[in-house]
Design a protein around this ligand. Structure first.
Ligand SMILES: [Zn+2]
Length: 273
C-alpha cells in the first residue's frame, strides 16, 4: 500500500458543493442542519484513524435521525460523483491525489474511482467526507471487505493515515519450472507490533494481491528472459546477477515494497535462475 497526502478538502466544502444542486428546499434545510454534526464527526474520524480506532465508530442508519442513509447515498451519487456537478470537482481532485494515477491499495492498477474507506451503507455520515474517500481501482474497491471491524487488527489499511513501507514485507518465491513463475506472500518484519503485522497480511489477502502480482510478473518474465539471455552471452552469470541486483537497488531507492522489488530480490538470489 502506498501512503497518500491527506486531502485539502473538508466535509463542509463537500456539502457546500453538493448543496448547489439540491433543488428540494426542505432537503437542503435538513442537510444544512446536520452540517455541524458532519464536521464534528469528521474531526472524530481524523482522531480515530490516526489512532487505528476507526472500529470504535458505530454504524448508523441515518445522520442524527434527520437525513436518511438513502438520502446521503443519493447525495454522493447524484451531487458529488455525477459529472458536471460542483461536487465532481472535489471528487476529481481527490481521485487525482493518487500518485501517478496508480491505485494506492494494490500499487498496480489505475485509480479510476473513489473507495469509501468506511462503507457509506454502514456509515452514511461519512458518505461525502473527503478523508473517508480514497482513490482506488475498481478491483480493490470491490474486493475490500465491507464488514465492520471489531478491533484495530481487523481494520483495513488507510492510505491517508497508515505507512507500511518503512520496512520490507512483500516477498516472492520462485517456482523452478519452465517457464519460471513467482508466488508472492506477505511476511511483515518481526519488530512490527502485532496489529500492524495483522493488518498488512489482511490487506494482502483480502485484495487477492498474490494473484494480481503473479499475473503481473508472469506477463513480464518472458521478455525479461530474452534480455538476460543476451546479457549472459556478453557478461556471463555474474554479470547477469549484477544486473538483477542493480535493478533491485534502483527500485529500493524509491520504496521498500512492490512486486518488482520482490521479483528482483528473489531472482538475484537464485542459483537456478
Ligand atoms: Zn487497486
Amino acid at each position: 500500500m502506498r501512503k497518500l497526502a491527506l486531502p485539502n478538502f473538508t466535509v463542509s466544502d463537500a456539502l457546500t458543493a453538493c448543496l448547489a444542486h439540491v433543488g428540494d428546499a426542505e432537503l437542503a434545510s435538513r442537510l444544512q442542519s446536520v452540517q455541524a454534526h458532519l464536521t464534528s464527526a469528521e474531526q472524530d474520524y481524523d482522531h480515530n484513524a490516526s489512532a487505528t480506532t476507526l472500529h470504535k465508530i458505530e454504524p448508523t442508519d441515518d445522520v442524527l435521525g434527520l437525513v436518511s442513509k438513502k438520502e446521503m447515498v443519493a447525495l454522493y451519487e447524484g451531487n458529488f460523483r455525477r459529472t458536471k456537478t460542483q461536487g465532481r470537482r472535489i471528487y476529481d481532485a481527490l481521485k487525482a491525489g493518487a500518485t501517478h494515477g496508480i491505485c494506492p491499495l494494490c500499487g498496480v492498477q489505475r485509480a479510476n474511482t473513489l473507495d469509501h474507506h468506511l462503507a457509506k451503507t454502514e456509515h452514511p455520515t461519512f458518505s461525502i467526507t473527503p478523508i473517508n474517500l480514497v482513490p482506488s481501482c475498481s478491483d480493490c474497491n470491490h474486493s475490500k471487505l465491507t464488514h465492520q471491524p471489531k478491533s484495530s487488527a481487523e481494520e483495513a489499511l488507510h492510505p491517508y493515515y497508515d505507512d507500511v513501507d518503512d520496512a520490507r514485507w512483500l516477498f516472492a518465491r520462485l517456482i523452478e519450472e519452465q517457464p519460471a513463475s513467482l508466488i508472492f506472500f506477505a511476511h511483515p518484519p518481526s519488530d512490527w507490533d502485532q496489529t500492524k503485522r495483522a493488518r498488512v497480511i489482511r490487506h494482502f489477502d483480502s485484495l487477492s494481491l498474490a494473484r494480481l502480482y503473479t499475473s503481473q510478473s508472469s506477463d513480464h518474465l518472458p521478455s525479461m528472459r530474452f534480455r538476460l539471455e543476451r546479457l549472459l552471452k556478453t557478461v556471463g552469470p555474474l554479470g547477469v546477477r549484477e544486473h538483477l541486483i542493480e535493478e533491485l537497488n534502483d527500485r529500493l531507492k524509491d520504496r521498500n515494497n512492490s512486486w518488482q522489488i520482490a521479483m528482483y530480490d528473489v531472482l538475484s538470489n537464485s542459483e537456478w535462475y
